[in-house]
Design a protein around this ligand. Structure first.
Ligand code: AMP
Length: 292
């Protein structure tokens, strides 16, 4: 596997692949990799000839400097995992390489995708994401880019941006990978103690209880939200950042749930922020399922 730290070197490699008629698949990450990230590499391999991953802890998407500082970094392990998963190249730029002197351009998606959930509680976060993804696309020049459903709002925003800016990239959503106990894999999970993890399990458990309640006929959003809150707020040092029922038709918060809704939540467990959601229908989500 090739590793490139400069934009020029990654560009030269991508250009050579494209000239050779290869379809480039791309998996952007912030490192501290786990099986969830590797599942995206596998999906990208199925949809392309050569896969590039990037590892870049993007400073412009962190609204909190301490969170940026504490974000886990495990480069050596990440490189061997990516090589093992069949990545052809990895792009690992420094912040100074990505944001050069005088950088003054940002990409901002507006509208229903960016006025709620993580966008409401992390101001500027998705502006940083949209900006860095656009920049990475410009360097890597992928034909297809794979993002995890775990960060549902993120992939929908990226897809909107790709459509609006006429970027020649296909955006693909890959399903959320969970540990056997049900917790969605996340780089941030490694900051949880055993006791913290036990508390965090209330999140997938509550979401699953809500899905079952929906299956049994419950349609009131507040009741579904309560099922999640009840699993979490019994613990000390657990705070609900948000928990909302969102209709994928319009990406609107709704008080009455239907088959096109997801229940999405973000929670702080001992200061570690975790997000998860469930489609009340129990299905995986594709970008085509969402009208917004
Ligand atoms: P991150 O390194 O957290 O920025 O994530 C990089 C990519 O991996 C994003 O597209 C995430 O949605 C995706 N991802 C993170 N965790 C998971 C997971 N548990 N299952 C599937 N994809 C994931």
């Amino acid at each position: 596997m090739d590793q490139f730290t400069t934009i020029a070197d990654q560009r030269a490699w991508s250009r050579a692949q494209l000239l050779a008629g290869k379809r480039i698949g791309f998996v952007p990450t912030m490192g501290a990799l786990h099986e969830g990230h590797l599942s995206l590499v596998r999906v990208a391999r199925q949809k392309s000839d050569v896969v590039v991953a990037s590892i870049f802890v993007n400073p412009t998407q962190f609204d909190n400097p301490e969170d940026l500082e504490r974000y886990p970094r495990t480069l050596e392990a990440d490189l061997s995992m990516l090589a093992g998963a069949g990545c052809a190249a990895v792009f690992t730029p420094t912040p100074a390489e990505m944001y050069q002197e005088g950088h003054a351009t940002f990409v901002e998606v507006v509208g229903p995708l960016t006025d709620k959930l993580c966008a409401a509680t992390r101001p500027g976060h998705f502006r940083g994401v949209a900006t860095v993804v656009t920049k990475l696309f410009g360097v890597v020049r992928p034909d297809v880019a794979v993002f995890g459903q775990k960060d549902l709002q993120q992939v929908l925003i990226v897809n909107r941006m790709v459509t609006d800016l006429n970027l020649p990239v296909e955006v693909v959503v890959a399903p959320t990978v969970r540990d056997p106990d049900g917790l969605a894999m996340s780089s941030r999970n490694r900051r949880l103690s055993a006791a913290g993890r036990a508390k965090a399990l209330g999140l997938p458990r509550g979401l699953e209880l809500a899905r079952q309640a929906f299956g049994a006929g419950e349609r009131q959003s507040l009741k579904l939200i309560e099922l999640v809150a009840n699993e979490l707020l019994v613990h000390e040092n657990v705070e609900l950042d948000y928990c909302d029922v969102i209709n994928l038709n319009g990406f609107a918060e709704v008080t009455t749930a239907d088959h096109r809704c997801v229940l999405a939540a973000a929670v702080f467990v001992d200061g570690v922020r975790l997000i998860d959601h469930i489609h009340l229908d129990g299905r995986a989500i594709a970008v085509a399922d969402v009208d917004v």
